[in-house]
Design a protein around this ligand. Structure first.
Ligand code: CA
Length: 400
């Protein structure tokens, strides 16, 4: 018993000391990292006082590193993604806020050319209309990610931008709430976006993306204008494709066609009408859940939305939420709700495609444009429906 206790104590002691060692190695590395950030910030012209004020609030948060590295077991499906973001509660709230802020939204549309229902859709998707802006502290989140090293230069630059914001807008570093990735305020702007595009929407001489809805919405509109928002144009719309449609011409990266060309191929609106016979608007068609799900024709504003967040699911959710707030109904074709592929399955698909000579890029378990292109090429060669959508069937086929 005594012997047992003795070894147990020894074991705990050694565990404790290795933990302490780990912590101290870690904190030494972090101290070196903080010193380097301070140096870079001073070199970039931030005053020593501001550097100290911001860095005094920067704490390394292991939880943020864990969130950043977390890889879900399943890849997200379009139904999942959109279902979580565009739901009846949010649509209703958006419609009510459209009334509440009608004057502001009209002014913003006049000044920046972006209709109110789009501004509401961004606002709704980013923070549930200002309801949830993240509970982290921006200096801490950014310092943690800068020192974690995976994207050190990006997050160091964002942290230095944060210091500039503190200086320029007299912000209190302790009150700069953010997401775990450092996105701030009602529009979840990263510091560099904040620095470039935030404006004073309520003309009180301050720019406050946390507490002023007018500042947040004006800043969103200003950002979209800078991303080249096309006034009086839609983002896109749901379409119906004819039987026997040539799927290989779909995809955001495929050559664009004019509306007249899509019309000639038999593409119709979700309501069943022919597309307008015009040749001055170019568009692509995408099917985010494959040929069994909804198809969308997308215009230039779709890419503008992707300039805000580089995700097709995000852009479709913003577009659809905007439409719903403006009074449109549900999608004509609901996306299939079957579970997504596991990441290991996506990886296996990517590996097989690479081995077969279709370049799916580095097998990472993420369905990106290279994966879709390779899937499409494989489908075409094997006389399958070339929707570029990797599913269970494709997985089984490649496995056998
Ligand atoms: Ca203001």
């Amino acid at each position: 018993m005594i012997r047992y206790l003795h070894s147990y104590t020894l074991f705990s002691l050694s565990l404790l000391s290795s933990l302490l060692l780990f912590t101290s190695v870690n904190s030494q590395a972090n101290e070196a990292c903080f010193a380097d950030i301070r140096q870079q910030a001073l070199g970039a012209g931030v005053s020593a006082r501001t550097v100290e004020r911001v860095m005094a609030h920067a704490k390394i948060e292991p939880k943020i590193v864990a969130l950043d590295r977390k890889q879900p077991e399943f890849s997200t499906t379009f139904a999942d993604y959109m279902g979580k973001r565009v739901n009846e509660t949010r649509i209703e709230k958006g419609r009510a806020l459209r009334q509440t802020h009608s004057k502001l939204l009209t002014e913003l549309t006049r000044k920046y050319g972006v209709p109110g229902h789009y501004l509401l859709a961004f606002w709704g998707l980013e923070t549930n209309f200002g309801g949830y802006m993240g509970k982290k502290n921006a200096p801490s989140a950014l310092a943690t990610l800068a020192c974690d090293g995976r994207r050190a230069s990006f997050f160091t630059a964002e942290l230095i931008e944060t210091m500039r914001l503190v200086e320029k807008y007299k912000l209190d570093p302790a009150k700069m709430e953010s997401s775990w990735a450092g996105a701030m305020g009602q529009t979840q702007f990263m510091p560099s976006t904040f620095a470039r595009y935030a404006v004073d929407g309520d003309n009180d001489g301050k720019v406050d993306l946390w507490n002023s809805t007018a500042d947040a919405l004006a800043s969103g509109a200003n950002y979209l204008k800078a991303l080249d928002w096309q006034t009086r144009r839609r983002w896109g719309r749901e379409v119906l494709l004819p039987a026997g449609f040539e799927w290989s011409v779909t995809g955001r990266k495929a050559p664009k066609k004019t509306l007249a060309q899509w019309r000639a191929l038999g593409v119709r609106t979700a309501a069943g009408h022919k597309l307008p016979d015009v040749s001055d608007i170019e568009a692509s068609i995408i099917a985010p859940a494959g040929h069994k799900g909804p198809a969308f024709i997308i215009y230039k504003n779709f890419n503008v939305i992707m300039g805000w967040n580089r995700s097709e699911y995000y852009a479709l959710s913003v577009g659809h939420l905007a439409d719903r707030i403006a009074g449109a109904g549900e999608l004509r074709r609901a996306p299939p709700t079957d579970k997504g592929l596991r990441r290991v399955e996506v990886k296996a698909i990517q590996q097989s495609l690479n081995e077969l000579g279709f370049d799916a890029g580095k097998p990472d378990g993420i369905i990106g444009s290279a994966t879709r292109r390779a899937v499409r090429a494989y489908q075409l060669l094997n006389k399958m429906i070339a929707d570029g959508y990797p599913d269970e069937e494709l997985y089984r086929r490649l496995k056998s």
